[in-house]
Design a protein around this ligand. Structure first.
Ligand SMILES: [Zn+2]
Ligand SMILES: [Zn+2]
Length: 351
């Protein structure tokens, strides 16, 4: 086992601080990775502060991991020492159920293993994430980072990227479609870039008029300030698909009525307080649907990384040293980041 430095939260109220723990020995199908960068996802903060159920302390967050392979187990053939690789929200699943057989490990019937705060199949101990200098991951859950993707800016693709790419693909967004993106945060800014690259006409909905210029720069064709009822009304019954990335409680009807016949609005933000129930008439009209979508499978995550490399897409990031993680959480809560913090893990090694 390898002693590993990281940052952990020890209770819901405490700041993250330096923490030493052990990574498991390399199994036959394991890949050992020296971590270079780790994106800061809102889920990290929810977990560190126990805003979600079942948190086991100390918790080491981080599931937008980029690093280099340092060693491989005896059965690993697809990765070699020195390869640039990524690890997202999942590090394992049963590999035997129908969902795993379909490459949809996020829906594993026997429970996929999250990158942090889940029982590790190999040891039974809690998994610990990317706010750390190294990680050991089963080879099937390691992603190849294509040449040409900036490693730091690629980190958020592993969660924010796949969380928005998967529903855009599942609902077949393509050329000629009018697609709405609600919210311009970590998820929303990726959704705008990806939907634009898929050829859609992209309309960004925001409550902040000062985000208009940025949204257009990122690839939106139009920007609608959602507080402006007249602006909203102009788009009634016109969208094929809306990706709603907002995690604050809000009125879904305001967006539902913008869907054309058979249009779908998919929710990827998880509110702490439930949204008010949508009006059934808003669903009956135009045979509209509301859906939800969590992350994506491993094969689709690789497809997304290859798509991003081909299209020259990555996240807009602000790099921070590990020591600034607590300030970064406070800024993230205020929406004061454009659009994702990424931790430079080399800062941990000099701690
Ligand atoms: Zn995440
Ligand atoms: Zn499974």
């Amino acid at each position: 086992m390898k002693n590993t430095s990281g940052y952990a939260a020890h209770s819901p109220e405490s700041a993250l601080e330096p923490f030493q723990f052990e990574r498991r020995d390399l199994g036959a199908d394991d890949v050992a990775i020296d971590i270079l960068f780790c994106g800061v996802c809102h889920s990290d903060l929810h977990t560190a502060r126990s805003e979600w159920a079942g948190i086991v302390y100390p918790v080491v967050p981080g599931h937008e991991i980029i690093g280099r392979v340092s060693a491989t187990g005896t059965d690993v053939t697809s990765f070699h020492a020195g390869d640039m690789v990524g690890v997202g929200c999942l590090v394992d699943s049963c590999q035997t159920c129908t969902e795993c057989a379909d490459g949809l490990e996020q829906f594993c019937i026997n429970g996929a293993t999250g990158t942090y705060n889940d029982p590790e199949r190999q040891t039974g101990k809690p998994t610990r994430g990317g706010y750390s200098e190294r990680i050991v991951v089963r080879d099937k859950f390691v992603l190849r980072i294509p040449e040409g993707l900036d490693p730091a800016a690629a980190a958020p693709l592993l969660c924010a990227g796949i969380t928005t790419y998967s529903p855009l693909r599942h609902w077949n967004v393509s050329v000629g479609h009018k697609v709405g993106v609600v919210g311009l945060g970590g998820l929303g800014h990726m959704a705008v870039k990806l939907a634009h690259a898929m050829g859609a006409h992209v309309v960004l909905f925001t409550t902040s008029p000062d985000k208009r210029a940025d949204a257009l720069r990122l690839g939106a064709d139009e920007v609608v300030v959602s507080k402006n009822a007249d602006e909203m009304a102009k788009h009634a019954s016109s969208f094929h698909f809306i990706l709603n990335t907002v995690s604050a409680r809000h009125n879904l009807d305001e967006y539902l009525v913008l869907l054309k016949r058979d249009g779908v609005m998919t929710l990827v933000g998880a509110p702490a307080e439930p949204h008010p129930s949508p009006t059934v008439f808003a669903l009956l009209t135009n045979r509209r649907s509301i859906a939800g979508s969590p992350i994506g499978g491993i094969a689709e995550t690789q497809e997304m990384l290859d798509f991003c490399a081909e299209k020259g897409i990555a996240s807009d990031i602000e790099i921070i040293p590990m020591q600034q993680i607590n300030e970064a959480y406070e800024r993230m809560l205020k929406g004061d980041v454009r659009y994702r913090f990424v931790i430079d893990i080399s800062s941990l090694r000099s701690d």
